[in-house]
Write a protein that binds this ligand. Structure first.
Ligand SMILES: N[C@H](CCC[C@H](N)C(=O)O)C(=O)O
Length: 308
């Protein structure tokens, strides 16, 4: 293929690199520019040696339903599109305000896992209403005869006890005595792809310090262990409360730093407060060949969002 043709097959895609407690993101404004990337291209861009390097790609789109300000799509490092990302939601809120896509302080966002509400705070902190956790196994989804606060699973001949929670995306939470010694590398991948989770799952390893403090590591679906997982922290909060180990307000410390969580109990939303960081703005060359039907993270650029 001639250089000209090779060049003509690419386009420059502007992005912003951000993170929430080290859970890092490539953020793309798909309101002001058309966005089409195949899963294999996303996973190449996620590579920390041959690409930009990120845990998730976050795509900002115009709202697809009434009473929300934006739509927010999330793609894991493996290219899979998922329902929810808590740390990403905070970075999303900071991004749309920094980019003047809105001047609202309270932003309602449509995700594949439901509508969430974000409130911009001071010094880059954002308070997220992550919605009401789903505990019915079939809606996580998780294969179980009936709902329970804990379940036992067989993993390579080993019996594992875990809680199961959906924050829009599926989570399993195991209790451990010491997160630093937790079998994250060994059990994380086995449980992520366990047949009891038809759509796989994020696997949290929770160490309860006292009723208001806990530590957590998360092996994320489609990304591996990350420095922090916002929806995983919310799921761990729920699991800890269901087991009677945590009170309504908890400081959850992840490898990348702390999140402030609050959950009043069943039927109530989980509130998560935490920081955001912008690292750099960049642009990357991506193929513009038309994506295969049904296999692309696709939205077309539309007119700029009216001011909030
Ligand atoms: N790996 C997750 C998506 C990202 C969640 C995480 N980064 C967060 O902050 O919630 C999943 O497949 O459901």
């Amino acid at each position: 293929m001639s250089d000209n043709r090779r060049r003509s097959n690419g386009a420059n895609l502007p992005f912003t690199k951000m993170h929430g407690l080290g859970n890092d993101f490539m953020v793309v404004d798909a309101i002001s520019q058309p966005f089409r990337l195949r899963p294999d291209v996303i996973s190449k861009l996620a590579d920390r040696h041959f690409g930009i390097g990120f845990d998730q790609l976050l795509v900002v789109e115009p709202p697809g339903m009434p009473d929300v300000d934006f739509r927010y799509r999330i793609f894991n490092a493996d290219g899979s599109e998922v329902e929810q990302c808590g740390n990403g939601a905070r970075c999303f809120a900071r991004f749309v305000r920094d980019q003047r896509l809105t001047n609202k302080k309270v932003i309602r966002v449509q995700t594949a896992g439901g509508v969430i509400e974000l409130k911009a705070g001071k010094d880059g902190w954002v308070l997220v209403n992550m919605g009401v956790p789903e505990l019915e196994p079939a809606k996580v989804p998780f294969e179980a005869a009936q709902r329970s606060n804990t379940y036992r699973l067989e993993v390579n001949g080993e019996a594992v006890e875990l809680s199961v929670v959906s924050m829009g995306n599926p989570h399993a939470v195991l209790l451990v005595d010491d997160v630093d010694a937790a079998p994250v590398e060994r059990l994380g991948p086995l449980l992520e792809s366990h047949p009891a989770f038809p759509r796989k799952a994020n696997i949290g390893f929770l160490q309860v310090i006292d009723r208001h403090n806990a530590k957590l590591r998360v092996f994320e679906r489609g990304a591996g262990e990350t420095l922090a997982c916002g929806s995983g922290a919310c799921a761990a909060m729920v699991a800890g409360r269901l087991r009677g180990l945590l009170d309504e307000k908890v400081r959850m410390v992840l490898r990348g730093g702390p999140l402030a969580l609050e959950w009043q109990g069943e039927g109530a939303p989980v509130m998560m407060d935490g920081p955001t960081a912008r690292v750099f703005d960049g642009q990357v060359r991506v193929p513009i060949d038309s994506p295969r039907r049904g296999r692309s993270g696709r939205s077309s650029g539309r007119r700029r969002q009216k001011k909030g």
